[in-house]
Design a protein around this ligand. Structure first.
Ligand code: CDV
Length: 312
């Protein structure tokens, strides 16, 4: 089987609250058609692709909140995506708000799936690092209520055999945490698919705002290099409901180098021909984990959550 995967990153421009699922799905299918014309095997879309980034609003009416969630995948509105994937012979990865009955209760997750060209869900990931807050904070220019609307993902970071290699997924804030990459690195991941919605303005730390694009690239490039993997990081970008989201979608090689980068803040396709065997030169030398890691010395990483400075 070929170890070359032609990957298309489908950055999405803003999605306003007034846009319905069918309009968004039509935009996604237009990008898939373009990817197909360029010979892509896989199209990667952003976090919460199907709607506006709703955690920016404080809502208390559960019926209103649930309008942003999918209780079936595919549904009547999302089935055209699965049909287009089959028609174009493409795998697709996209994020959505998932509502599911589990252990006799309704649970809600920030989820991303990888769907094969045959319509099968090959991989599902539920976001683990939920940023923001759970209660209304009126002092903010906008809210970031992921901790209110979602539970922490309960699937870990599984890596599966797909697309001729070893594939895993993470979502947005996960990319800032080296643990997310390393758990997958320890399963031999060769390509990480990652969608994000990152506001330009960070209300608790506005001094970071000017560094948003730098930090975005920094974490994905470091994660790729330190684990010898491709990282496909795809944004929802532009001015959405008055909130500016950064773009900067990239495909990063196992060298840590950016090999494709978006240049707009709108719907835009980026493309790279990824040879999964390129990962080997990192996994077998400087990052040969079996040879060089010293897990006994890393116990604190799993035993301690917050930082405890040394005593005076
Ligand atoms: N959707 C996100 O997870 N956004 C965060 C913001 C809040 C910092 C991010 O890490 O980009």
């Amino acid at each position: 089987m070929s170890r070359i995967v032609t990957v298309a990153g489908a950055q999405m421009g803003p999605i306003q609250r007034s846009e319905n699922r069918s309009e968004v799905v039509a935009r996604m299918i237009a990008l898939m058609a373009q990817a197909h014309r360029h010979g892509a095997d896989l199209v990667v879309f952003p976090e919460l692709t199907l709607t506006t980034f709703f955690p920016r609003w404080f809502m208390t009416d559960q019926a209103e909140i649930d309008r942003f969630f999918e209780s079936a995948m595919p549904s009547a509105e999302t089935a055209p995506l699965f049909d287009a994937a089959a028609r174009f012979g493409l795998a697709i990865s996209f994020g959505y708000a998932e509502q599911v009955q589990e252990a006799d209760r309704t649970r809600r997750f920030n989820t991303q799936i990888l769907v094969g060209p045959d319509g099968r869900i090959l991989h599902k990931y539920r976001k683990i690092h939920l940023p923001g807050h759970a209660e209304h904070e009126p002092w903010r220019a906008f809210q970031h209520l992921e901790k209110r609307y979602f539970e922490v993902g309960n699937l870990g970071w599984p890596v599966v055999r797909a697309l001729g290699g070893h594939v895993g997924q993470m979502i947005c804030n996960d990319r800032r945490w080296p643990e997310s990459y390393r758990v997958m690195g320890l399963q031999g991941v060769e390509m990480i698919l990652l969608g994000y919605n990152t506001p330009r303005h960070n209300p608790p730390a506005p001094d970071h705002d000017a560094l948003g694009d730098f930090h975005n690239a920094l974490v994905m490039q470091a994660g790729a290099y330190q684990n010898g993997t491709f990282v496909v990081g795809i944004a929802k970008a532009g001015i959405e409901e008055g909130c500016e989201l950064i773009g900067g979608s990239v495909i990063v090689a196992p060298t840590g180098e950016v090999i494709a980068r978006a240049s707009t803040l709108g719907d835009e396709l980026i493309l790279a021909r990824c040879d999964l065997d390129w990962t080997r030169s990192y996994k077998e030398t400087v990052f040969n984990f079996a040879r060089h890691r010293e897990p006994e010395q890393y116990r604190m990483i799993v035993e301690r959550k917050g930082a405890v400075p040394p005593e005076a």
